[in-house]
Design a protein around this ligand. Structure first.
Ligand code: ZN
Length: 114
């Protein structure tokens, strides 16, 4: 289950940030997860809840996951479009050589804390 590794990574980032900012309690953590990452939010939240028990500062924090849709750019006609159902085909010209602009990211976008 790759969600457990991701949860551990997020935990490490949040813990480092919390320590640097002398945070007493982390309330909410916002994640931007590209659709191509194939993350199941419920699984990631479950794993994070488990990992978060390592730190009283982070334990009980809510993980808010925003899924970022896949944005592609046609390498032939430069048309930008949303990739639906993993169909990497340009809707304008039918070209199949598509550059992924968004949808691969996984980052902590915001941390709410006391
Ligand atoms: Zn095109």
């Amino acid at each position: 289950m790759h969600e457990m590794g991701l949860a551990q990574n997020i935990f490490d980032i949040v813990l480092r940030t919390a320590e640097r900012n002398s945070v007493d309690k982390v309330l909410r953590i916002h994640i931007r997860a590209g659709q191509l990452r194939g993350i199941v939010p419920e699984q990631l939240q479950f794993c994070f809840g488990f990992v978060a028990r390592e730190s009283p500062v982070i334990e009980g924090a809510e993980l808010v996951i925003e899924t970022v849709p896949i944005r592609g750019k046609c390498k032939d006609c430069n048309h930008e479009f949303l990739v639906e159902e993993y169909r990497f085909v340009c809707p304008e010209c039918g070209h199949e050589d598509i550059e992924v602009l968004e949808g691969m990211e996984l980052l902590v976008s915001n941390i709410e804390a006391l």
